[in-house]
Design a binder for this molecule. Structure first.
Ligand SMILES: Cc1cc2nc3c(=O)[nH]c(=O)nc-3n(C[C@H](O)[C@H](O)[C@H](O)COP(=O)(O)O)c2cc1C
Length: 220
């Protein structure tokens, strides 16, 4: 089985959660794929799952042009064992965000996620769907209507509930992105197991406990 874990934060309207669910559905449609959603608030109960995952997909709403503070709190827990021991080396990574504005400065959130993943030596998967809604022939129903590529960008009107916003086009785009990431993870994981490298941490002993933080490690 290929393990795909979606680790996300969603608070204001539940919009990010709708995307996480859609990405999960898409990932599950790839054969032999085991999908789990983990809220950042619950991450301390799920470290082993993350260490065992072939792919980790990050999700955060855009809050003041950035990942949400709670999401960053989760990321900072990686500074320590996960970072120092390269525990997530060569895991597949991707990310998604949603904001009320068409731009809303979502790009910054996805760029932050690319940096988080890069600091862990993960392999980032961008969007495969050609951007939509870019001409007089386009519409809000187009797939990838935000026309971003670095990761999944969605938009949710601030006065609509989560079952309406993000709209069906964004939800469908999220499903397709989940399928794509799981597919890449499946292909990569098979090759990685078949052709291991001597620096790979794939088979290192892992701990399901909360990984040591940088402060823990520095104080011995
Ligand atoms: C604290 C806060 C900051 C926000 N900052 C932005 C922003 O910078 N740009 C934007 O377009 N929308 C912003 N929004 C709107 C949210 O991005 C939008 O409502 C999103 O769908 C919320 O996702 P969630 O329901 O998963 O929390 C903000 C909302 C909150 C609560």
């Amino acid at each position: 089985m290929t393990k795909v874990t979606i680790v996300y934060y969603s608070n204001f309207k539940g919009a990010t959660e709708q995307l996480a669910l859609a990405i999960g559905r898409g990932a599950e449609s790839v054969p032999d794929t085991d999908v789990q959603l983990v809220k950042v608030e619950d991450v301390d109960d799920h470290w082993q799952r993350l260490h065992d995952s072939d792919a980790i997909i990050f999700g955060s709403p855009t809050y003041i042009g950035s990942v949400a503070a709670k999401f960053k709190e989760f990321v900072e827990k990686l500074a320590g064992d996960v970072w120092l021991r390269r525990m997530w080396l060569n895991k597949i990574a991707s990310g998604f965000t949603v904001s009320a504005g068409r731009s809303g400065d979502k790009l910054n959130v996805l760029q932050q996620m690319v940096i988080f993943a890069s600091q862990m030596s993960m392999i980032w998967v961008p969007i495969r769907i050609t951007g939509g809604n870019y001409s007089t022939q386009g519409s809000e129903e187009d797939l990838n209507r935000m026309a971003g590529y670095i990761g999944l960008m969605a938009q949710a009107n601030i006065d609509e509930p989560a079952d309406k916003a993000p709209p069906p086009s964004d939800i469908k785009t999220a499903e397709m992105h989940g399928h794509h990431v799981a597919n890449v993870a499946r292909q990569y994981a098979h090759g990685r197991r078949e052709l291991p490298s001597d620096y790979d941490t794939l088979n290192d002993e892992k701990t399901g406990e909360t990984p040591a933080t940088l402060a823990d490690l520095m104080s011995g």
